[in-house]
Design a protein. Structure first.
Length: 362
């Protein structure tokens, strides 16, 4: 009788006990697409070319660009604010005055030429691309370039300019003389969005690049005194041996980058697996341990993580229209590991390493 009672008690306990057993945490990355072609994302970490010494010869990027072209990306995302986000930031200058000044290009000249503000130009751009012909005329490309400029999308405007024969890079179809000068200046602008992303996009037959940066988490300190103290705290954070080593290695890589092969070597080094730990220890890891009463370091890390999460979501959004895409992301080195980690969690994304693309020849 006692055995029967014990057996009945055990049987009754099984579902209840099972229900209270701790479950393993849900991991989105463990549940990947099972059929069809998964989206592939390759994140290229880059030094910001605008910050390199003037002695750096941008023509030496040719081998890198050729390798990226050979990977056949179907979309390219860049570390830049979209025209629409800048329009939003401008509507809230009380918070975003600093971000506007640092990251938002003023499209006033293009708006004057086209008569369209950022939103109207963006709507027109989307309509034009929705009906875009397989073989657009030069006039259509000039019109699209003017709309991209009015919409605050300079890199995409440059893609259209690069796709035009040189003889067709002239005023007309929405482009006035001032905008033509502007586009010709962009051809030489020292930035990875122009010299790498736009060049590879144009050669790949793309019509645009995708601005995916985000500065909506930017916020000034409550007082000028706090703003000053915040800056001083970060300077102390960055005064550490890991940052000294990181700067030394970076300077050596840039100084040696005088040939296309040397530039490839620089990009191999910046995209190596050990860079993630160096970035963390020299910057965000040090900030986590910053000891000011206001906890400035933790505030900085919160900003950084929020920004990267929003960047990752913008990259993910690029893949919505055409599932199964191959996407190249060109972004500052410090963002690389964070974006890879966040995007790796997505059900329909596979991270592709840069090793094969940047491999040493010979």
């Amino acid at each position: 009788m006692s055995r029967l009672f014990a057996s009945m008690l055990f049987a009754a306990c099984v579902p209840a006990c099972a229900a209270t057993a701790p479950a393993a945490p849900f991991d989105p990355a463990a549940h990947k697409l099972q059929s069809g072609r998964i989206n592939e994302v390759m994140v290229l970490g880059t030094p910001h070319l605008s910050q390199l010494p003037k002695s750096f010869d941008a023509s030496q990027l040719s081998a890198l660009n050729a390798r990226l072209l050979a990977w056949r990306p179907q979309a390219i995302a860049i570390e830049a604010l979209s025209g629409l986000q800048c329009a939003y930031l401008r509507s809230y200058p009380q918070r975003y005055a600093g971000a506007i000044k640092s990251y938002c290009w003023d499209p006033a000249a293009a708006q004057a030429a086209t008569g369209l503000d950022v939103v109207a130009a963006t709507v027109q751009t989307q309509r034009l691309l929705a009906a875009w012909p397989a073989a657009p005329s030069a006039g259509q490309r000039r019109t699209l370039a003017s709309l991209f400029l009015a919409g605050g999308e300079r890199a995409s405007a440059l893609v259209q300019w690069l796709r035009l024969p040189e003889a067709e890079r002239r005023a007309g179809d929405g482009l006035d003389a001032a905008l033509v000068v502007m586009l010709n200046v962009l051809l030489q602008r020292r930035g990875e969005d122009m010299l790498i992303a736009a060049v590879v996009a144009a050669k790949s037959g793309h019509e645009q690049v995708y601005a995916m940066d985000d500065h909506t988490s930017d916020a000034p300190a409550d007082t000028a005194q706090d703003e000053k103290a915040y800056g001083e705290a970060l300077m102390r954070v960055w005064d550490n041996p890991h940052m000294v080593q990181r700067k030394r290695i970076g300077a050596e890589l840039v100084a040696a980058s005088t040939t296309p092969a040397a530039v490839l070597a620089m990009y191999r080094a910046y995209n190596a697996s050990d860079q993630a730990e160096m970035v963390f220890r020299s910057d965000f890891g040090a900030a986590l341990e910053e000891v000011s009463p206001q906890q400035f370091g933790r505030n900085y890390v919160a900003y950084w993580e929020t920004r990267n999460l929003r960047m990752a979501s913008n990259i993910r959004e690029v893949m919505m229209a055409r599932p199964g895409m191959r996407v190249l992301v060109v972004v500052g080195v410090s963002h690389k590991a964070y974006l890879e980690a966040y995007l790796r969690q997505m059900h329909d994304v596979r991270i592709v390493g840069t090793d094969a693309v940047l491999r040493q020849e010979g």
